[in-house]
Design a protein. Sequence first.
Length: 145
Amino acid sequence: MLIGDILDHKGRNVYSIPPDSTVYEAIALMSEKNIGALLVLDGEEMVGIITERDYRNKVILQGRSSKTTPVKDIMTENVNYVTSKQTVKECMALMTNNKFRHCPVIDDGKLSGIVSIGDLVKAVITEQKIEIDYLKGYITGAYPN
């Protein structure tokens, strides 16, 4: 299964915030949309990502104020990403090895969407269920040779 298949199913909508917005605005948007990360876009260019983990480690635990701290001061820069043509397993390995839970999808230099570790796990489970159903049918003779 490819990352593009996940985006085709879940949608390509991406929530984002400009780098000069406050962390409070970012957290409020994440809460409103019930998501754990926002891409930080300067125009159409991705310049970073802000996550719940960034908020915890770089605001709360540092004694900063979310209402006065700009997103650009705490965002993660140099964001890892995948393309729509990469496999779910490749993306899962990248995310697991680098310990992050949200991955932008960029095709031909343009943002195509974002996938979470939850999206990947759901895709793997669905793929395994289909394979199990096929194998059960094969074993019981429900499928022709």
